[in-house]
Design a protein around this ligand. Structure first.
Ligand code: C2O
Ligand code: CU
Ligand code: CU
Length: 512
Protein backbone atom coordinates (compact mmCIF):
# COMPACT_ATOMS: atom_id res chain seq x y z
CA UNK A 1 0.00 0.00 0.00
CA UNK A 2 1.20 3.50 -0.78
CA UNK A 3 2.66 5.36 2.12
CA UNK A 4 1.47 8.89 1.86
CA UNK A 5 4.35 10.49 3.66
CA UNK A 6 6.90 8.97 1.31
CA UNK A 7 4.82 9.87 -1.66
CA UNK A 8 4.69 13.52 -0.69
CA UNK A 9 8.38 13.62 0.10
CA UNK A 10 9.33 12.11 -3.22
CA UNK A 11 7.31 14.60 -5.18
CA UNK A 12 8.05 17.68 -3.11
CA UNK A 13 10.89 18.82 -5.30
CA UNK A 14 11.69 22.30 -6.45
CA UNK A 15 10.50 23.54 -9.77
CA UNK A 16 13.78 24.65 -11.27
CA UNK A 17 13.71 27.78 -13.35
CA UNK A 18 10.11 28.77 -13.16
CA UNK A 19 9.39 31.28 -10.47
CA UNK A 20 5.80 31.19 -9.47
CA UNK A 21 3.50 30.58 -6.62
CA UNK A 22 4.98 32.81 -3.97
CA UNK A 23 3.70 30.58 -1.19
CA UNK A 24 6.95 28.70 -1.73
CA UNK A 25 5.29 25.34 -1.30
CA UNK A 26 4.75 24.46 -4.90
CA UNK A 27 5.40 20.75 -4.81
CA UNK A 28 4.26 19.98 -8.32
CA UNK A 29 3.74 16.30 -9.03
CA UNK A 30 4.63 16.84 -12.60
CA UNK A 31 7.58 19.07 -11.96
CA UNK A 32 9.15 16.29 -9.95
CA UNK A 33 9.28 14.16 -13.05
CA UNK A 34 10.08 16.92 -15.47
CA UNK A 35 12.77 18.56 -13.36
CA UNK A 36 15.07 15.58 -13.67
CA UNK A 37 15.35 15.83 -17.44
CA UNK A 38 14.67 19.44 -18.23
CA UNK A 39 14.20 22.60 -16.24
CA UNK A 40 11.05 23.74 -18.03
CA UNK A 41 8.09 21.53 -17.16
CA UNK A 42 5.98 23.43 -19.70
CA UNK A 43 8.26 22.90 -22.68
CA UNK A 44 5.74 20.80 -24.62
CA UNK A 45 3.43 22.46 -27.11
CA UNK A 46 -0.29 22.46 -26.46
CA UNK A 47 -2.20 20.10 -28.72
CA UNK A 48 -5.50 21.30 -30.18
CA UNK A 49 -7.57 18.18 -30.89
CA UNK A 50 -8.86 18.07 -34.47
CA UNK A 51 -12.50 18.96 -34.94
CA UNK A 52 -14.73 16.47 -36.71
CA UNK A 53 -17.86 18.01 -38.17
CA UNK A 54 -18.96 14.87 -39.99
CA UNK A 55 -20.61 14.60 -43.39
CA UNK A 56 -23.57 16.91 -43.48
CA UNK A 57 -26.74 16.66 -45.51
CA UNK A 58 -29.10 19.36 -44.30
CA UNK A 59 -29.68 18.63 -40.62
CA UNK A 60 -28.35 15.08 -40.93
CA UNK A 61 -24.75 14.69 -39.87
CA UNK A 62 -22.83 11.45 -40.06
CA UNK A 63 -19.64 10.76 -38.16
CA UNK A 64 -17.20 7.97 -38.95
CA UNK A 65 -15.43 6.76 -35.85
CA UNK A 66 -12.84 4.03 -35.58
CA UNK A 67 -11.82 2.78 -32.15
CA UNK A 68 -8.37 1.29 -32.42
CA UNK A 69 -5.17 0.57 -30.54
CA UNK A 70 -2.33 3.02 -31.04
CA UNK A 71 1.14 3.93 -29.86
CA UNK A 72 1.64 7.33 -28.24
CA UNK A 73 4.61 9.27 -27.01
CA UNK A 74 4.09 11.21 -23.79
CA UNK A 75 7.45 11.12 -22.00
CA UNK A 76 10.99 11.32 -23.36
CA UNK A 77 11.28 8.95 -26.30
CA UNK A 78 9.22 6.23 -24.65
CA UNK A 79 6.33 4.57 -26.45
CA UNK A 80 3.05 4.06 -24.67
CA UNK A 81 0.47 1.60 -25.99
CA UNK A 82 -2.83 3.49 -26.02
CA UNK A 83 -6.32 3.39 -27.47
CA UNK A 84 -7.93 6.14 -29.48
CA UNK A 85 -10.79 7.14 -31.71
CA UNK A 86 -9.61 8.10 -35.20
CA UNK A 87 -6.15 8.54 -33.66
CA UNK A 88 -3.71 6.97 -31.23
CA UNK A 89 -5.02 8.61 -28.05
CA UNK A 90 -8.37 10.31 -27.30
CA UNK A 91 -10.75 11.18 -30.13
CA UNK A 92 -11.60 14.19 -32.29
CA UNK A 93 -13.77 16.99 -30.93
CA UNK A 94 -17.15 16.15 -32.45
CA UNK A 95 -19.10 19.25 -33.35
CA UNK A 96 -22.69 19.75 -34.47
CA UNK A 97 -25.62 22.08 -33.84
CA UNK A 98 -28.71 21.87 -31.71
CA UNK A 99 -31.52 20.57 -33.95
CA UNK A 100 -29.20 18.35 -35.98
CA UNK A 101 -29.79 14.62 -36.20
CA UNK A 102 -26.45 12.95 -35.69
CA UNK A 103 -25.60 9.42 -36.77
CA UNK A 104 -22.43 7.46 -36.29
CA UNK A 105 -20.57 4.56 -37.78
CA UNK A 106 -18.57 3.33 -34.80
CA UNK A 107 -16.13 0.59 -35.71
CA UNK A 108 -14.37 -1.43 -33.04
CA UNK A 109 -10.88 -2.25 -34.30
CA UNK A 110 -9.66 -3.33 -30.86
CA UNK A 111 -9.15 -6.95 -29.91
CA UNK A 112 -11.57 -6.53 -26.99
CA UNK A 113 -15.20 -5.50 -26.72
CA UNK A 114 -16.01 -1.85 -26.14
CA UNK A 115 -18.87 0.66 -26.17
CA UNK A 116 -19.15 4.39 -26.84
CA UNK A 117 -21.37 6.47 -24.56
CA UNK A 118 -22.60 10.01 -25.27
CA UNK A 119 -22.18 11.60 -21.86
CA UNK A 120 -24.69 14.32 -21.02
CA UNK A 121 -27.12 13.63 -23.84
CA UNK A 122 -30.86 13.00 -23.68
CA UNK A 123 -31.46 10.20 -26.17
CA UNK A 124 -33.17 6.83 -26.70
CA UNK A 125 -31.77 4.11 -24.43
CA UNK A 126 -30.57 1.92 -27.28
CA UNK A 127 -28.44 4.82 -28.57
CA UNK A 128 -26.88 5.58 -25.17
CA UNK A 129 -23.75 3.50 -25.65
CA UNK A 130 -23.78 2.13 -22.12
CA UNK A 131 -22.71 -1.37 -21.10
CA UNK A 132 -25.58 -3.01 -23.02
CA UNK A 133 -24.59 -1.55 -26.41
CA UNK A 134 -21.54 -3.76 -26.80
CA UNK A 135 -19.46 -3.50 -29.95
CA UNK A 136 -17.54 -6.73 -30.43
CA UNK A 137 -14.07 -6.67 -32.03
CA UNK A 138 -14.43 -6.09 -35.75
CA UNK A 139 -18.05 -5.05 -35.42
CA UNK A 140 -19.72 -1.73 -36.20
CA UNK A 141 -22.42 0.11 -34.25
CA UNK A 142 -24.74 2.68 -35.86
CA UNK A 143 -26.50 4.88 -33.32
CA UNK A 144 -28.36 8.06 -34.23
CA UNK A 145 -30.23 10.67 -32.23
CA UNK A 146 -31.45 14.26 -32.28
CA UNK A 147 -29.51 17.02 -30.57
CA UNK A 148 -32.38 18.51 -28.58
CA UNK A 149 -30.36 20.12 -25.80
CA UNK A 150 -28.78 23.54 -25.32
CA UNK A 151 -25.40 24.23 -26.81
CA UNK A 152 -22.74 22.99 -24.38
CA UNK A 153 -19.55 21.03 -23.98
CA UNK A 154 -20.49 17.37 -23.73
CA UNK A 155 -18.24 14.36 -24.14
CA UNK A 156 -18.12 10.75 -25.18
CA UNK A 157 -16.22 7.79 -23.80
CA UNK A 158 -16.05 4.00 -23.54
CA UNK A 159 -18.53 2.52 -21.04
CA UNK A 160 -17.79 -1.19 -21.21
CA UNK A 161 -18.99 -3.40 -18.35
CA UNK A 162 -16.15 -3.56 -15.80
CA UNK A 163 -13.69 -2.15 -18.36
CA UNK A 164 -14.67 1.53 -18.44
CA UNK A 165 -11.79 2.58 -16.20
CA UNK A 166 -9.15 0.74 -18.19
CA UNK A 167 -10.42 1.81 -21.60
CA UNK A 168 -10.89 5.49 -20.74
CA UNK A 169 -7.49 5.51 -19.04
CA UNK A 170 -5.92 4.22 -22.24
CA UNK A 171 -7.58 6.97 -24.29
CA UNK A 172 -11.17 6.20 -25.27
CA UNK A 173 -12.69 9.64 -24.71
CA UNK A 174 -13.30 12.89 -26.53
CA UNK A 175 -15.24 16.15 -26.40
CA UNK A 176 -18.56 16.71 -28.13
CA UNK A 177 -19.38 20.39 -28.65
CA UNK A 178 -22.97 21.28 -29.44
CA UNK A 179 -23.50 24.78 -30.81
CA UNK A 180 -26.71 26.75 -30.64
CA UNK A 181 -27.79 30.27 -31.54
CA UNK A 182 -27.58 31.56 -27.98
CA UNK A 183 -23.98 30.45 -27.87
CA UNK A 184 -23.01 31.61 -31.35
CA UNK A 185 -24.64 35.05 -30.94
CA UNK A 186 -23.31 35.70 -27.45
CA UNK A 187 -20.21 37.60 -28.49
CA UNK A 188 -18.11 35.04 -26.63
CA UNK A 189 -14.87 33.75 -28.12
CA UNK A 190 -15.62 31.21 -30.88
CA UNK A 191 -12.34 30.79 -32.80
CA UNK A 192 -11.63 27.15 -32.18
CA UNK A 193 -8.11 26.52 -30.96
CA UNK A 194 -7.38 30.25 -30.95
CA UNK A 195 -9.59 31.78 -28.26
CA UNK A 196 -12.05 28.92 -27.80
CA UNK A 197 -9.87 26.17 -26.45
CA UNK A 198 -10.66 22.60 -25.41
CA UNK A 199 -8.82 21.47 -22.26
CA UNK A 200 -9.15 17.79 -21.36
CA UNK A 201 -7.42 17.21 -18.03
CA UNK A 202 -6.26 13.72 -17.10
CA UNK A 203 -3.72 12.23 -14.73
CA UNK A 204 -1.69 9.16 -15.56
CA UNK A 205 0.99 6.95 -14.07
CA UNK A 206 3.79 5.46 -16.15
CA UNK A 207 5.96 2.39 -15.76
CA UNK A 208 9.70 2.69 -16.42
CA UNK A 209 9.22 1.34 -19.94
CA UNK A 210 6.67 4.02 -20.81
CA UNK A 211 3.59 1.83 -20.55
CA UNK A 212 0.65 3.16 -18.57
CA UNK A 213 0.41 1.83 -15.06
CA UNK A 214 -3.18 0.90 -14.30
CA UNK A 215 -4.45 -0.55 -11.02
CA UNK A 216 -1.12 -1.34 -9.44
CA UNK A 217 -2.42 -1.50 -5.89
CA UNK A 218 -5.46 -2.04 -3.71
CA UNK A 219 -5.41 1.72 -3.09
CA UNK A 220 -5.89 2.33 -6.83
CA UNK A 221 -9.05 0.26 -6.72
CA UNK A 222 -10.41 1.85 -3.57
CA UNK A 223 -9.58 5.52 -4.22
CA UNK A 224 -9.83 5.20 -7.94
CA UNK A 225 -6.83 5.36 -10.23
CA UNK A 226 -4.82 8.52 -9.74
CA UNK A 227 -1.68 9.39 -11.62
CA UNK A 228 1.37 11.52 -10.86
CA UNK A 229 1.61 13.06 -14.33
CA UNK A 230 -0.87 15.51 -15.79
CA UNK A 231 -1.90 15.33 -19.43
CA UNK A 232 -3.83 18.07 -21.20
CA UNK A 233 -5.33 16.82 -24.47
CA UNK A 234 -2.80 14.02 -24.24
CA UNK A 235 0.29 16.19 -23.68
CA UNK A 236 2.21 16.44 -20.40
CA UNK A 237 1.78 19.94 -18.85
CA UNK A 238 1.88 21.85 -22.14
CA UNK A 239 2.15 25.53 -23.00
CA UNK A 240 -0.64 27.22 -24.91
CA UNK A 241 0.48 30.37 -26.72
CA UNK A 242 -2.39 32.83 -26.56
CA UNK A 243 -2.84 35.26 -29.44
CA UNK A 244 -5.95 36.86 -27.99
CA UNK A 245 -6.41 38.76 -24.73
CA UNK A 246 -9.58 36.90 -23.77
CA UNK A 247 -9.71 33.11 -23.76
CA UNK A 248 -12.59 30.74 -23.40
CA UNK A 249 -11.45 27.41 -21.99
CA UNK A 250 -13.73 24.39 -22.29
CA UNK A 251 -12.58 22.29 -19.38
CA UNK A 252 -13.30 18.59 -19.04
CA UNK A 253 -12.16 16.55 -16.10
CA UNK A 254 -11.51 13.39 -18.09
CA UNK A 255 -9.56 11.77 -15.24
CA UNK A 256 -10.59 8.41 -13.84
CA UNK A 257 -10.66 9.53 -10.21
CA UNK A 258 -8.88 12.78 -9.44
CA UNK A 259 -10.90 15.80 -8.35
CA UNK A 260 -9.27 19.11 -9.22
CA UNK A 261 -9.46 22.44 -7.50
CA UNK A 262 -8.47 24.63 -10.43
CA UNK A 263 -6.90 28.06 -10.06
CA UNK A 264 -4.23 30.22 -11.63
CA UNK A 265 -0.84 30.54 -9.96
CA UNK A 266 -1.23 34.31 -9.57
CA UNK A 267 -4.76 33.93 -8.21
CA UNK A 268 -6.17 35.90 -11.12
CA UNK A 269 -9.96 35.73 -11.07
CA UNK A 270 -11.81 34.22 -14.02
CA UNK A 271 -15.42 33.96 -15.07
CA UNK A 272 -17.19 30.63 -14.88
CA UNK A 273 -20.04 30.77 -17.37
CA UNK A 274 -21.05 27.24 -18.32
CA UNK A 275 -21.26 23.84 -16.72
CA UNK A 276 -22.18 20.31 -17.82
CA UNK A 277 -25.33 21.25 -19.75
CA UNK A 278 -24.62 24.80 -20.88
CA UNK A 279 -24.71 28.34 -19.52
CA UNK A 280 -25.10 28.90 -15.79
CA UNK A 281 -28.01 30.58 -14.06
CA UNK A 282 -25.55 32.51 -12.01
CA UNK A 283 -22.23 32.97 -13.83
CA UNK A 284 -19.64 34.44 -11.52
CA UNK A 285 -16.13 35.73 -11.16
CA UNK A 286 -14.23 33.18 -9.11
CA UNK A 287 -10.68 32.20 -8.21
CA UNK A 288 -11.00 28.46 -7.76
CA UNK A 289 -13.14 25.91 -9.53
CA UNK A 290 -13.84 22.42 -8.29
CA UNK A 291 -14.10 19.91 -11.13
CA UNK A 292 -14.84 16.25 -10.45
CA UNK A 293 -14.43 13.41 -12.96
CA UNK A 294 -17.06 13.73 -15.69
CA UNK A 295 -17.79 17.41 -15.02
CA UNK A 296 -17.25 20.20 -17.55
CA UNK A 297 -16.96 23.94 -17.15
CA UNK A 298 -16.38 26.83 -19.50
CA UNK A 299 -14.36 29.73 -18.17
CA UNK A 300 -13.22 33.12 -19.49
CA UNK A 301 -9.63 33.99 -18.74
CA UNK A 302 -8.30 37.52 -19.02
CA UNK A 303 -4.78 37.55 -20.49
CA UNK A 304 -4.76 41.28 -21.23
CA UNK A 305 -2.28 42.21 -18.51
CA UNK A 306 0.41 40.53 -20.62
CA UNK A 307 1.59 38.10 -17.98
CA UNK A 308 1.55 34.34 -18.33
CA UNK A 309 -0.93 32.26 -16.39
CA UNK A 310 -0.28 28.81 -15.02
CA UNK A 311 -3.32 26.66 -14.45
CA UNK A 312 -2.75 24.76 -11.23
CA UNK A 313 -4.44 22.44 -8.85
CA UNK A 314 -4.68 24.51 -5.73
CA UNK A 315 -4.43 22.92 -2.30
CA UNK A 316 -7.71 22.71 -0.45
CA UNK A 317 -7.69 23.64 3.18
CA UNK A 318 -11.21 22.84 4.11
CA UNK A 319 -12.91 20.28 6.25
CA UNK A 320 -14.96 17.57 4.66
CA UNK A 321 -18.15 19.18 5.89
CA UNK A 322 -19.98 20.66 8.81
CA UNK A 323 -20.47 17.41 10.67
CA UNK A 324 -17.01 16.02 10.08
CA UNK A 325 -14.99 14.98 13.07
CA UNK A 326 -11.28 14.67 13.56
CA UNK A 327 -11.16 11.03 12.59
CA UNK A 328 -13.04 11.70 9.42
CA UNK A 329 -10.66 14.52 8.61
CA UNK A 330 -7.71 12.23 9.07
CA UNK A 331 -9.24 9.55 6.89
CA UNK A 332 -9.91 12.13 4.23
CA UNK A 333 -6.37 13.35 4.27
CA UNK A 334 -5.04 9.83 4.11
CA UNK A 335 -7.30 8.80 1.27
CA UNK A 336 -7.76 11.88 -0.81
CA UNK A 337 -4.67 14.03 -0.35
CA UNK A 338 -6.62 17.17 -1.20
CA UNK A 339 -3.78 19.46 -0.20
CA UNK A 340 -1.24 18.94 -2.95
CA UNK A 341 -0.44 21.73 -5.35
CA UNK A 342 0.73 20.96 -8.85
CA UNK A 343 0.56 22.58 -12.23
CA UNK A 344 -1.54 21.57 -15.19
CA UNK A 345 -0.62 23.82 -18.10
CA UNK A 346 0.83 27.21 -18.91
CA UNK A 347 -0.84 29.93 -20.93
CA UNK A 348 1.61 32.32 -22.50
CA UNK A 349 0.21 35.83 -22.72
CA UNK A 350 -0.13 37.46 -26.14
CA UNK A 351 2.78 39.67 -27.09
CA UNK A 352 0.72 42.63 -28.18
CA UNK A 353 -1.65 43.45 -25.41
CA UNK A 354 -5.02 44.91 -26.22
CA UNK A 355 -7.72 45.97 -23.86
CA UNK A 356 -10.64 43.61 -23.67
CA UNK A 357 -14.26 44.47 -23.71
CA UNK A 358 -16.11 42.97 -20.83
CA UNK A 359 -18.49 40.34 -22.09
CA UNK A 360 -21.44 39.34 -20.02
CA UNK A 361 -22.15 35.69 -20.73
CA UNK A 362 -25.76 34.74 -21.33
CA UNK A 363 -27.37 33.12 -18.31
CA UNK A 364 -29.60 30.09 -18.29
CA UNK A 365 -33.12 30.60 -16.98
CA UNK A 366 -34.89 27.59 -15.60
CA UNK A 367 -38.41 27.82 -16.99
CA UNK A 368 -41.60 27.78 -14.95
CA UNK A 369 -41.85 24.04 -15.68
CA UNK A 370 -39.03 23.51 -13.23
CA UNK A 371 -40.42 25.79 -10.53
CA UNK A 372 -43.90 24.28 -10.84
CA UNK A 373 -42.76 20.72 -11.23
CA UNK A 374 -44.70 18.25 -9.13
CA UNK A 375 -42.28 15.38 -8.70
CA UNK A 376 -43.76 12.04 -9.73
CA UNK A 377 -41.44 10.32 -7.30
CA UNK A 378 -38.92 10.94 -4.56
CA UNK A 379 -36.09 8.48 -4.24
CA UNK A 380 -33.09 8.04 -2.02
CA UNK A 381 -29.73 6.72 -3.07
CA UNK A 382 -27.14 5.72 -0.54
CA UNK A 383 -23.58 5.51 -1.80
CA UNK A 384 -21.49 3.08 0.18
CA UNK A 385 -18.06 1.56 0.13
CA UNK A 386 -16.84 -1.06 2.54
CA UNK A 387 -13.57 -0.32 4.27
CA UNK A 388 -11.30 -2.48 6.37
CA UNK A 389 -12.12 -6.17 6.84
CA UNK A 390 -15.42 -5.78 5.01
CA UNK A 391 -13.55 -4.52 2.02
CA UNK A 392 -11.26 -7.53 1.97
CA UNK A 393 -14.24 -9.87 2.13
CA UNK A 394 -16.10 -8.05 -0.56
CA UNK A 395 -13.20 -8.07 -3.00
CA UNK A 396 -13.35 -11.86 -3.03
CA UNK A 397 -15.03 -13.37 -6.07
CA UNK A 398 -18.70 -12.47 -6.21
CA UNK A 399 -18.52 -9.59 -3.75
CA UNK A 400 -18.06 -5.89 -4.28
CA UNK A 401 -17.06 -3.16 -1.85
CA UNK A 402 -19.07 -0.59 -3.85
CA UNK A 403 -22.83 -0.30 -3.77
CA UNK A 404 -25.84 1.99 -4.10
CA UNK A 405 -28.69 1.26 -1.69
CA UNK A 406 -26.91 -1.94 -0.79
CA UNK A 407 -26.81 -3.30 -4.33
CA UNK A 408 -23.84 -3.57 -6.64
CA UNK A 409 -24.25 -3.29 -10.39
CA UNK A 410 -25.87 -6.36 -11.92
CA UNK A 411 -26.36 -6.32 -15.69
CA UNK A 412 -29.51 -8.43 -15.28
CA UNK A 413 -31.26 -6.24 -12.72
CA UNK A 414 -33.25 -3.09 -13.47
CA UNK A 415 -32.96 -1.22 -10.19
CA UNK A 416 -35.74 1.26 -10.83
CA UNK A 417 -38.30 2.35 -13.37
CA UNK A 418 -39.31 5.95 -13.99
CA UNK A 419 -42.08 7.42 -16.17
CA UNK A 420 -41.35 9.48 -19.23
CA UNK A 421 -42.34 13.16 -19.23
CA UNK A 422 -42.02 13.52 -15.47
CA UNK A 423 -39.81 15.19 -12.94
CA UNK A 424 -38.39 13.24 -10.01
CA UNK A 425 -36.51 14.26 -6.91
CA UNK A 426 -33.49 12.15 -6.11
CA UNK A 427 -31.63 12.54 -2.86
CA UNK A 428 -28.11 11.18 -2.97
CA UNK A 429 -26.38 10.57 0.34
CA UNK A 430 -22.79 9.62 0.69
CA UNK A 431 -22.13 7.32 3.61
CA UNK A 432 -18.53 6.63 2.71
CA UNK A 433 -15.21 8.32 3.43
CA UNK A 434 -14.59 9.53 -0.11
CA UNK A 435 -16.34 12.09 -2.30
CA UNK A 436 -18.25 10.51 -5.20
CA UNK A 437 -19.27 12.33 -8.42
CA UNK A 438 -22.78 10.97 -9.10
CA UNK A 439 -23.78 10.88 -12.77
CA UNK A 440 -27.16 10.13 -14.36
CA UNK A 441 -27.66 9.21 -18.01
CA UNK A 442 -30.32 10.65 -20.32
CA UNK A 443 -30.96 13.83 -18.36
CA UNK A 444 -29.70 17.23 -17.30
CA UNK A 445 -30.83 18.05 -13.77
CA UNK A 446 -30.91 20.92 -11.33
CA UNK A 447 -29.17 20.78 -7.97
CA UNK A 448 -31.77 21.93 -5.43
CA UNK A 449 -29.77 21.67 -2.24
CA UNK A 450 -26.63 20.43 -0.57
CA UNK A 451 -26.82 19.54 3.10
CA UNK A 452 -23.35 20.62 4.17
CA UNK A 453 -22.27 23.40 1.89
CA UNK A 454 -23.47 25.98 -0.59
CA UNK A 455 -24.19 25.26 -4.21
CA UNK A 456 -21.38 26.96 -6.12
CA UNK A 457 -21.82 29.29 -9.10
CA UNK A 458 -20.43 26.57 -11.38
CA UNK A 459 -23.25 24.27 -10.28
CA UNK A 460 -26.13 26.65 -11.04
CA UNK A 461 -26.94 25.46 -14.57
CA UNK A 462 -28.00 22.14 -16.02
CA UNK A 463 -25.94 19.31 -14.60
CA UNK A 464 -25.43 15.64 -15.34
CA UNK A 465 -22.79 14.96 -12.70
CA UNK A 466 -22.74 16.19 -9.11
CA UNK A 467 -19.99 15.75 -6.56
CA UNK A 468 -21.34 14.35 -3.29
CA UNK A 469 -18.98 14.87 -0.38
CA UNK A 470 -18.62 12.42 2.51
CA UNK A 471 -21.50 12.65 4.99
CA UNK A 472 -23.38 14.90 2.61
CA UNK A 473 -26.81 14.72 0.98
CA UNK A 474 -27.63 16.47 -2.27
CA UNK A 475 -31.12 16.92 -3.62
CA UNK A 476 -31.69 16.90 -7.39
CA UNK A 477 -34.67 17.83 -9.53
CA UNK A 478 -34.51 15.56 -12.55
CA UNK A 479 -36.54 15.78 -15.76
CA UNK A 480 -37.12 12.62 -17.76
CA UNK A 481 -38.23 13.52 -21.25
CA UNK A 482 -40.25 11.66 -23.86
CA UNK A 483 -37.88 8.83 -24.80
CA UNK A 484 -39.07 5.55 -23.36
CA UNK A 485 -38.10 1.91 -23.62
CA UNK A 486 -39.41 -0.67 -21.17
CA UNK A 487 -36.48 -3.04 -21.68
CA UNK A 488 -33.31 -1.11 -22.21
CA UNK A 489 -31.89 0.66 -19.18
CA UNK A 490 -29.82 3.77 -18.65
CA UNK A 491 -27.19 4.00 -15.92
CA UNK A 492 -26.64 6.08 -12.82
CA UNK A 493 -23.27 5.73 -11.17
CA UNK A 494 -20.23 7.17 -9.53
CA UNK A 495 -17.96 8.70 -12.18
CA UNK A 496 -14.83 7.57 -10.39
CA UNK A 497 -14.39 4.89 -13.00
CA UNK A 498 -12.94 2.26 -10.66
CA UNK A 499 -15.96 2.74 -8.40
CA UNK A 500 -18.26 2.38 -11.39
CA UNK A 501 -16.44 -0.75 -12.58
CA UNK A 502 -16.45 -1.97 -8.97
CA UNK A 503 -20.23 -1.85 -8.82
CA UNK A 504 -21.28 1.64 -7.66
CA UNK A 505 -23.76 1.79 -10.52
CA UNK A 506 -27.43 1.01 -11.05
CA UNK A 507 -29.81 0.72 -13.98
CA UNK A 508 -33.10 2.47 -14.65
CA UNK A 509 -35.62 2.37 -17.45
CA UNK A 510 -37.83 5.21 -18.62
CA UNK A 511 -41.28 3.90 -19.47
CA UNK A 512 -44.20 5.51 -21.22
CU1 C2O B 1 -19.65 9.53 -18.43
CU2 C2O B 1 -22.17 6.56 -17.47
O1 C2O B 1 -20.80 7.99 -17.98
CU1 CU C 1 -23.13 9.45 -19.09
CU1 CU D 1 -17.09 6.91 -6.15
Amino acid sequence: MMNRRNFIRSTALGIGGVSLYAAGNFSGLVQARAASTDTDPFRRTFFVPPVEEGKRDGNQVNFDLNIAPGISNFIGDLSTPTMGINGAYLGPVLRAKRGDRVSFTVKNSLTEKTTLHWHGFVLPARMDGGPHQVISPGETWNPEFDLIQPGATYWYHAHTHELTGKQVYHGLAGLFIVDDDVNLNSGLPVDYGVDDVPVIIQDRKFNEDGTFQYLGSMMDRMQGMKGDTILVNGVVTPTFKANRPLLRLRLLNGSNARIYNLAFHDRRPFIVMAGDGGFLSRPDKIQTLRLAPGERAEILVDMSNGSDAILINSPIKESSGRDSNAMMGNMMRMMDEPDKAFSIMKIEAPTSVERIKFIRPPSYEFTADWANAVPANKRRFQLEMQMGPGMMMSTMPGGSPFSINGDSMDMDVINLRVKSNTFEIWEISNDSMLPHPFHIHNTQFKILARSNRAITAAETGLKDTVLVYPREKVRLLIPFLAYSDPDRPYMYHCHILEHEDGGMMGQFTVEA
